[in-house]
Design a protein around this ligand. Structure first.
Ligand code: NAD
Length: 296
């Protein structure tokens, strides 16, 4: 197995790179942050001082970066130094336009490329149970599958270049909206004198069931593992939910359509983040919904 280069060793990339090491891959990692490098080193990643050093001799390069502008800047650097044929995989959640540009950049340099954003959060990254949503040629996908398997449980080929990003932003638009729907229902239930447990017991086995309710219930009690039981420590931070909702809003605008509930969800998460809760779990938005209801 040729070495894997991993660029971006943050909350997600760090544990993902560690799982590649556990699966027997030699991993060379690079990040701008000294603390991320230190943590990666403790997990068996060989850390280096530059992108050029990380990719030297690597058959596969993985990026896990904050946003499209970071991915494009790093991929510009990558294609200038890797031999053609080097497989480039971006696992970040980025805008559709940047995803298309990254694929075009790779293609112009003869590098097979995949967009492969993930869901499952930092818990899934650590446990190696992420879901990968992958866009790109079927044969490139088939070749990269063992690499994904070392970091995830469900590996889904969504279609051609950038289809993985499309699936990710559509999924997270469902998630953002459904969490608000569940939050509103619990606040209304409180006003009607219904206990949280009673509403959960009914809705979680009835037509209201969804992941935001059944697995990630936004009130403490019914689902002991949900962030509501830990003062809404993330989990999945509200700022990241806002970022993803803005990506789906931009994509909707590009395609000339509107998503009224997606737009409203983005507006509500923006208010929540601006009120100082961007680093709290996104399910904490129920507290803002309750306060708003009380104020009206
Ligand atoms: P993070 O900020 O913890 O990590 C990003 C890392 O990239 C940082 O360590 C930063 O120093 C590094 N970086 C930035 N520019 C760089 C450059 N030019 N060269 C090298 N390193 C550079 O973010 P994260 O939580 O790991 O998220 C990464 C991506 O995964 C984002 O696109 C995010 O939307 C997505 N994502 C995050 C979660 C989550 O729960 N955190 C879940 C799913 C998807």
């Amino acid at each position: 197995m040729s070495p894997i280069a991993f660029i971006g060793l943050g909350h997600m990339g760090g544990p993902m790179a560690a799982n590649l090491v556990k699966a027997g891959h030699a991993v060379r990692g690079f990040d701008l942050s000294a603390s991320s490098l230190e943590l990666a080193r403790a997990n068996g990643v060989t850390t280096v001082a530059s992108i050029a050093e990380a990719v030297s001799g690597a058959g596969t390069v993985i990026t896990m970066l904050p946003a499209g502008k970071h991915v494009l800047a790093v991929w510009q650097e990558l294609v200038a130094v890797v031999p053609s044929g080097t497989r480039l995989i971006d696992c970040s959640t980025i805008d559709m336009d940047s995803a298309r540009k990254a694929h075009a950049l790779a293609e112009a340099h003869g590098c097979p490329a995949l967009d492969a954003p993930v869901s499952g959060g930092t818990g899934g990254a650590t446990a190696g149970t992420l879901t990968f949503m992958v866009g790109g040629d079927a044969d490139v996908f088939a070749g990269a599958k063992p690499v994904f398997k070392a970091m995830g449980k469900r590996i889904i080929h969504c279609g051609a270049a950038s289809a993985g990003q499309a699936a990710k932003i559509c999924n997270n638009m469902i998630l953002g909206i459904s969490m608000i729907a569940v939050g509103e229902a619990f606040v209304l239930g409180e006003r009607l004198g219904l206990t949280h447990q009673a509403l959960f017991d009914v809705a979680s086995v009835s037509s209201g069931q969804c992941w935001s309710l059944n697995t990630y219930c936004p009130v403490p009690g019914p689902v002991p593992t949900s962030p509501a039981n830990k003062d809404y420590e993330p989990g999945f931070a509200a700022a990241l939910m806002l970022k993803d909702l803005m990506l789906s809003q931009a994509a909707a605008e590009d395609t000339g359509m509107t998503t009224p509930l997606g737009a409203k969800a983005a507006e509500l998460y923006r208010s929540f983040a601006q009120a100082g809760f961007g680093d709290k779990d996104f399910s904490g938005i129920i507290n803002m919904l309750r306060d708003k209801a009380a104020a009206e």
